[in-house]
Design a protein around this ligand. Sequence first.
Ligand code: IPM
Ligand code: MG
Length: 389
Amino acid sequence: MNTYTEQINQAVAHYRELLEGQLARVERINAAGEAVDYSKMEKIVIGVCGGDGIGPTITAETARVLEYLLADEVKKGRIEFRTIEGLTIENRVAQMKAIPDDVLAELKACDVILKGPTTTPKQGDGLPNIESANVAMRKELDLFANVRPVRVPDKGIDWTFFRENTEGSYAVGSLGSNVTDDLAIDFCVTTTEGTNRIAKLAYEYARANKKERVSIVTKANVIKTTDGKFLNLCLEVGKDYPEITTDEWFIDIMTAKLVDEKRRRDFKVFILPNLYGDIITDEAAEFQGGVGTAGSANIGKRYAMFEAIHGSAPRMVKEGRAKYADPCSMLRAGVMLLNHIGYNEEASKLERALDICMFEDKRLTITGRDTGATCREFADYVSETLKGL
Ligand code: IPM
Ligand code: MG
């Protein structure tokens, strides 16, 4: 045969394992029941997980604002805030796990989670090759939809991104194979139910919120099999929503169109595979004032997790600037959390307070350094504003 027989056999054995794992996942998601109905739950447990870097600072301040808003519910016993320690890079490295088992068990005992950013090991940083805690949590709790709103009212921007959150290039992102020293292969995964469920969530959102357009964004002209399947399934789901205009875009031109001031106002709701959704939501957040201002909801049928869209900003911590971190991303995530568990009035109040503090009154600004307010001062400013509403 050829000189690579052994390497090919090894790679094929690895591929077989991946296939078995993914087929088992398909079975699991096909068997998943209906989404939980929070209105029927006697008690909702909110897990608060600080994470790494600036995470503990912005998470603690956000939890404080949420505790203020939900104080009566906590008294009544309907809501419990529960601190979860141990989702730190130090503990994850010590246990060589993306999420240590005891932490995962604690997460699973909650209903929704407020999570600070976590450090993701990358090649060359001296950390072991453990999977990102974010990615692992999305998979473990099957948080299939990553919903990321971006609004810039004075520019007419009102976008909601529905990023598929457990599949695509992330499904086995840490399990690619170095077939030989010269050949590396990664894998991209699309499943039928994995696509249908994100597409339905996006269209249902569009219908409920009277958004007239849904844009499906892929690179199906090149990534023909997985993106092609994703696109076709989304188009199929879209047929059940005749009042909504569906259009299809390729990710490269969509990236350009987001900076086209004449066209971008037309977009409302986007559905994208995982990696494109990751990339384009950072770009989109930049129009709103940067990733520090953008919240993100990770929604599954049983669990949901709310976080900032940005990372743990280790440089800010190294330079002693953690206390100047911007809590707005987490506070926006807090708005999404409140809405998700049915506290819509509280959510609207918090959203209104944030709009006042960030765009209208602007008595305090966050600059990320000592030229601006601290995270705590800004959270106090938001709380004070809330009291006046
Ligand atoms: C995000 C982040 C994560 C991702 C990283 C930290 C793994 O960039 O939530 O967008 O790529 O999904
Ligand atoms: Mg990202």
